[in-house]
Structure formats: structure tokens, C-alpha cells
Design a protein around this ligand. Structure first.
Ligand code: 4NP
Length: 163
């Protein structure tokens, strides 16, 4: 990013479940490693379904139980994000496709990938499944996947940036 910080943006469909969680989990990890001043961390949705909404209470509740504070106002991803963020991480293939399509319209330098490409236990193409229409188990699973991938992402970024 222009301000010398490393910009990391997490992207899902509604920006009320998976990506605000990933944003909060990643921020908590970054804080824990004393690197907060080196990062700008945010999340966005490819849709405008929930613009302005708070994160899903099921996500907030579960994350709080695990010591992660999820707080965000949903917004739709925009072309300017590809000049503001170095890493743009999509939760699933469909939202990666939408994100790449938008990225191609601007002359940005963002790395655009699936979040779970940084999960050491994931196979190629692995997704963070949408928990929105499912039961509570889905939210538990999503939290586990997101946390593992965010740890892998931070390890990779630290190596790439000699942090
Ligand atoms: P998210 O979950 O993409 O993880 O925020 C969803 C939230 C809302 C909807 C779909 C997915 N929706 O269709 O309203």
C-alpha cells in the first residue's frame, strides 16, 4: 500500500459471516505477534446484499467464545481495493472468480487468491464453505478453517516481507 503498510482484504459473498471473521481472526493474530502497525486489514463482499449490516450474530458469538472480537460494517468490494490492498483473499471459488473479474478492470498489483491456499492442510482449490444457510456446526467448522488459513497467511507474509 502507499502508506507502507501491508494491506490484507478478505472477501466473501455477503460480508457478514466468513470475511469479517477472517478479518478479525487475522487481526487478532497480527496483534498477538506485535505487528499491528505494519498492517491494514479489512473485509468486503462481492454482493451488496448486506451493505451497512453488522456481522451475523452466530459468527460474532462463536468468535467471542474463542477470544476474537468481530466488528465490521458490511460493504461491497470496489475497484479501488486493488490499489489499496496487497493481498485479496477470497473464501470460495465463485467469489474468487467475481473478485478476479473486478481486478482485471484495474491496473492493480494485488495478489488475488483463495484464503485456503495458505492452509497447510488444504488441498488445491479448497474453500471456506458458506455457513449462512446451515446449522451451528457450519460456523464452528468455518472458524477452524479460517484460523488455520490465517496462521498460514501470516507466516507467508512475514517471510515475504522479512517481518
Ligand atoms: P458470507 O455469508 O458470504 O460468508 O457473508 C452469506 C451471507 C449472506 C448471504 C449469503 C452468504 N445471503 O445470501 O444473504
Amino acid at each position: 500500500m502507499d502508506n507502507g503498510k501491508i494491506g490484507v482484504l478478505f472477501v466473501c459473498l455477503g460480508n457478514i459471516c466468513r470475511s469479517p471473521l477472517a478479518e478479525a481472526v487475522f487481526r487478532t493474530l497480527v496483534e498477538g505477534e506485535g505487528l499491528s502497525d505494519r498492517f491494514t486489514i479489512d473485509s468486503a463482499g462481492t454482493s451488496n446484499y448486506h451493505t451497512g449490516d453488522s456481522p451475523d450474530p452466530r459468527t460474532v458469538r462463536l468468535a467471542a467464545a474463542r477470544g476474537v472480537r468481530v466488528q465490521h460494517a458490511a460493504r461491497q468490494i470496489a475497484e479501488a481495493d486493488f490499489t489499496r490492498f496487497d493481498y485479496v483473499l477470497a473464501m470460495d471459488v465463485e467469489n474468487l472468480r467475481r473478485t478476479v473479474r473486478l481486478a482485471e478492470r484495474v491496473d492493480g498489483a494485488s495478489v488475488v487468491r483463495l484464503l485456503r491456499s495458505y492452509d497447510p492442510e488444504a488441498e488445491e482449490g479448497a474453500e471456506v464453505p458458506d455457513p449462512y444457510f446451515g446449522g451451528p456446526r457450519g460456523f464452528e467448522d468455518v472458524h477452524d478453517l479460517v484460523e488455520r488459513a490465517c496462521r498460514g497467511l501470516l507466516t507467508r507474509i512475514r517471510a515475504e516481507h522479512h517481518l
